[in-house]
Design a protein around this ligand. Structure first.
Ligand code: AVJ
Length: 326
């Protein structure tokens, strides 16, 4: 299916996802709520409102990852173009607003771009704008859950695929899951393909804690929006005002943990099922793992990706790796 935007620029759209609130998503959600401790996959954050709130997180002064990664991409664009090479197909995993890739397009000049995201409306909107702004670029959009098994959409020229996975989204996976995810990419991509990946670095705890507890409360709103989504999309019967945002660095596991804490002892209902929260009990909503440069290289190597280049900012807050599929 090809969807025309108002500026009549074509985006080739590939719907690879069952409709929102499908049985599998609902089952996954309920499974997490039944577990001890209660948990929810971070992908549930990203409804339209959640994606908008995430975009606002990215411009909060305490949230350094986006600013640092963009600065690195801007500074290193020509170097990146050099290692990526000519006639690439850039495949962005979790493309969101497709803003970061803009920093690379003029330098890298790929033949085509494929944005993959779970938030359908957000994806369509941002890839349409990209197609309008870069008329020379063949733009594709696939609505899919890239944490599940994926297939390459048909009609996309793919002589030199380069996956682009910015934002340290890899940090949402536990290290063993990250390795498994990279193995999946390894089997999807031919030998010689590239992987340009942003990875947040281990650093002073105070900087990490501040980044996930911004003074304007945007990260809190993002976390709490999950409860609104439960209400509207999954027949949730609960009062979001009875939960609080919690985020802290777990040093032993090199990860930020986000939780929704129940302020009271209560029973809620989701999709007709009853869940009890003790006062202070949490729903664990996200992990964001941090790596050292060598730690991430070792993980990638175990999945069959060899380190080709690395860029960081002067304070070593954030890193961008270029890896080649062996
Ligand atoms: C998109 C997973 C990289 O872990 O920093 C930001 C998500 N959560 N603030 C991160 C997030 C709270 C973000 N990632």
């Amino acid at each position: 299916m090809t969807v025309m935007s108002s500026t009549a620029t074509a985006v080739h759209f590939h719907d690879q996802q069952p409709p929102a609130a499908s049985l599998t998503l609902r089952d996954e959600l309920l499974q997490g709520l039944r577990a001890t401790p209660k948990r929810s996959s971070p992908k549930f954050f990203y409804d339209l409102r959640g994606s908008e709130l995430f975009d606002r997180i990215c411009v909060q002064p305490e949230y350094y990852p986006t600013r640092m990664e963009e600065a690195i991409l801007r500074d290193a664009a020509d170097d990146i173009a050099h290692v990526v090479g000519k006639d690439a197909t850039l495949i962005e995993l979790g493309s969101g607003a497709s803003r970061k890739v803009r920093l690379l397009l003029e330098a890298v000049r790929p033949t085509s771009y494929l944005g993959i995201d779970i938030s359908r409306d957000f994806l369509l909107d941002s890839t349409r704008r990209l197609a309008a702004d870069y008329p020379w670029l063949d733009v594709h959009a696939a609505c899919a859950d890239f944490s599940q098994r994926m297939t390459m959409p048909s009609g996309l020229a793919c002589d030199h695929p380069v996956a682009f996975f910015p934002g340290s989204s890899i940090g949402n996976f536990a290290p063993e899951e990250a390795e498994c995810f990279l193995r999946g990419l390894h089997s999807l991509l031919p030998s010689g393909s590239g992987l340009l990946i942003g990875v947040d670095l281990i650093k002073d705890e105070a900087i990490l804690n501040a980044a996930y507890n911004d003074a304007a409360g945007v990260t809190a709103a993002f976390n709490l929006n999950l409860l609104e989504r439960l209400r509207h999309e999954f027949e949730g019967d609960l009062d979001p005002a009875t939960f609080s945002h919690q985020a802290f660095y777990n040093e032993a596991r090199s990860r930020i943990e986000m939780h929704l804490v129940s302020d009271i002892d209560q029973t809620i209902r989701v999709s007709g099922e009853v869940f009890h929260f003790d006062q202070g009990e949490t729903l664990h909503t996200e992990n964001s793992y941090k790596y050292s440069v060598d730690g991430f290289r070792a993980l990638a190597a175990r999945a069959g990706f060899e380190s080709r280049a690395l860029w960081t900012d002067p304070d070593k807050l954030f890193s961008i790796h270029y890896l080649e599929r062996a």
